[in-house]
Design a protein. Structure first.
Lengths: 277, 342
């Protein structure tokens, strides 16, 4: 059972990394970003390439992979997302989906369709009460919790964070104060994409790597964002871990049903608390 | 007279998304439409082979059913494959276990998909926008999973199962020509049905729901019921499409319910021009041509699909049919101008 809990926390942490960007993007620019996990996938593939150069030294390769994602996400923001401000939701949906199609095909072009293996970079197991835990999973959960508090600090203490929080509340009011809101939106977008990249880098060693890996996790993180409330940062944190736990517990008893259970939870939440967009 | 007033009242809203309500009266075209559509499909048959065109027509019906929900009612669904899959599986299982009669199977397919739409529609149509798309997607995923895993015993999971229809009289689905004619007949019937539906007051009502639901509610209409009805109708037609494709391919497999295949129908609807049945037909054919022939010549056809979707969204919103209409109107104006001067 403890394994299940740990597994749930790990999945929850990864879901948190990915859905925070999705939630922020939706809360501020009202764009449902289908291309969000594209950066996640790209980061993983760059990580694989860099691992060869750094002789398998994970932290440096991972950090560089996250950094490489930043310019890519800037390009997406500048040329696609920025044109979609204030558009009808259907078109933003379709345009970002098109971006993800292009991205996935590019990945297939460069790296091929075959899955890559990547082993646990830490490889240390902790023995507690006669049970062995992989240290790597604990580290992921730890990073997620640190990140949560870091983001809390960022949004409460820094001026950029404060502006973003204000934009979640009232965009037009902020514009009236003479603040160039669009600039902050692109910062938010890049931040979200980089975090998704971080999630990808951390999750890659314990999952399978293939060009379509982003799509399945994207659906899960949509569920997280809907359950937690769009643009609600604390809600996202809680719902990510809750849904991660739902997945882990379902997987323990009925392994194929894990992902579907998340959607059932999402459907139930939507029935009782529909979101008007 | 009365109707025209309604159209004029609505059509001066300068929304880029809005579907013009002008070409509403049915009598303008009449029978010629059906002849043109039938002739069009018959004309491409010698070039592409009957089997392929049957495929195209089935997909066109699917695009029309999707368009009823997206183009006319303004609700983008990312899970319309659910109804196709439900129709295919229900009719396939019916043929396999109960009776080989294809007509009964079609009725079962439509009925079961409609029933499913009735049930989940009660929940789904309460939502709008992104929520609608995502909850559809969620239900589609659940359906896909149900077929793949818990119902493996009867659906045979990933392998799918073969469908063998018994033939009686001239109803012989093994015959390509009969299949072609039957699907064409279905297409024309559905086209007629949807045409009547969308030009009726009901059709105007659902377009008005797309424009502004609050106002329609304010006028005293029960919008929930109309949205639900549209959802059920679209689902039922989706079920028909599923049954037809099961009969066409002679097998059913989970690909028919695959969540990722939804892109195809969205793309087809957009490229043809959403909110127009002719647009749906054109879009269906164009999409099928692209997906059938482009992979032969261009290896990276998904990338091409992505770029063309971007172009459609940013520059080409009216789709092929919308642009044809614009050109047609322009020609009409040019023709009309000298006459007025004289």
């Amino acid at each position: 059972m403890l394994y299940t809990v740990l597994y749930g926390f790990t999945i929850g942490a990864i879901l948190y990394f990915i859905s925070i960007g999705l939630s922020l993007t939706f809360g501020t620019i009202r764009v449902i970003n289908f291309a969000h996990t594209l950066t996640y996938t790209i980061a993983v593939y760059i990580l694989i390439t860099l691992m060869a150069y750094f002789h398998g030294f994970f932290p440096v390769a991972g950090a560089l992979a996250v950094l490489v994602v930043i310019p890519i996400s800037y390009v997406i923001e500048r040329f696609i997302i920025r044109r979609l401000y204030g558009e009808s939701l259907d078109y933003t949906f379709i345009a970002t989906f098109a971006v993800s199609l292009i991205g996935v095909d590019t990945i297939k072009w460069i790296w091929g369709v075959n899955p890559y293996p990547l082993s646990d970079p830490v490889g240390i197991y902790l023995a507690v009460w006669g049970l062995t835990f992989p240290l790597y999973r604990l580290l992921i959960v730890l990073i997620a919790i640190i990140l949560f508090f870091a983001l809390e600090l960022f949004f409460k203490k820094t001026i950029v964070g404060k502006i973003v929080v204000a934009a979640l509340e009232d965009k037009d009011g902020l514009r009236c104060l003479g603040i160039n809101v669009d600039k902050y939106f692109s910062i938010v977008f890049i931040l979200g994409s980089a975090l998704a990249g971080l999630g990808g880098v951390l999750y890659a060693p314990i999952s399978s790597i293939h060009p379509y890996m982003g799509l399945s996790i994207l659906l899960l993180s949509f569920a997280v964002v809907i359950v937690g409330g769009m643009g609600n940062l604390k809600g996202t944190f809680i719902s990510a871990f809750a849904l991660g736990m739902v997945m882990a517990i379902t997987a323990r008893y009925w392994s194929q049903g894990a992902e579907t259970m998340v959607f059932i939870v999402m459907a139930i939440v939507l029935i009782f608390r529909p979101i008007d967009i | 007279m009365d109707k025209e007033k309604v159209y004029k009242f609505n059509s001066d809203k300068g929304n880029e998304l809005s579907v013009p309500l002008k070409n509403a009266p049915m009598k303008e075209h009449g029978v010629i439409d059906f002849l043109v559509i039938a002739a069009g499909f018959l004309l491409i048959t010698p070039i592409l082979s009957a089997h392929r065109v049957t495929d195209f027509m089935i997909f066109c019906i699917f695009v029309m059913s999707f368009d009823l929900m997206y183009g006319y009612m303004g609700r983008l669904s990312f899970g319309h494959m659910l109804f196709l899959g439900t129709g295919a599986y229900c009719s396939g299982l019916f043929i396999r276990y109960i009776s080989g009669n294809p007509l009964l199977a079609i009725l079962v397919g439509i009925f079961m998909a409609g029933l499913l739409a009735m049930l989940i529609g009660l929940v789904i149509v309460r939502t709008t926008g992104a929520c609608f798309s995502l909850i559809n997607l969620a239900f589609n995923q659940i359906g896909f999973f149900l077929v793949l895993s818990p119902l493996r015993g009867i659906t045979r999971g990933e392998d799918g199962f073969g469908v063998r229809v018994s033939s009686f009289g001239f109803f012989n689905f093994a015959n390509t020509t009969f299949k072609f004619c039957f699907v064409l007949l279905c297409l024309l019937l559905i086209f007629y049905f949807l045409k009547r539906l969308t030009t009726s007051p009901y059709g105007i009502l659902i377009r008005s729901i797309k424009e502004d639901e609050t106002r329609v509610k304010f006028l005293g209409y029960n919008t929930f019921f109309y949205k639900w009805l549209t959802f059920v109708l679209a689902g039922g037609v989706g079920g028909l499409v599923g049954t037809l494709s099961a009969l066409n391919y002679n097998f059913v497999n989970p690909n028919m319910m695959d969540v990722h295949s939804n892109v195809g129908v969205v793309f087809a609807s957009l490229i043809g021009g959403a909110g127009n049945l002719y647009g749906a037909l054109v879009g269906g054919v164009v999409y099928m041509l692209i997906s059938n022939f482009l992979p032969i010549y261009i290896h990276r056809w998904e990338m091409f699909l992505g770029f063309s979707l971007l172009i459609i969204v940013f520059k080409f919103r009216k789709g092929v049919w919308g642009n044809i209409q614009d050109i047609w109107e322009y020609i009409q104006k040019r023709k009309g101008a000298p006459r007025l001067a004289a």
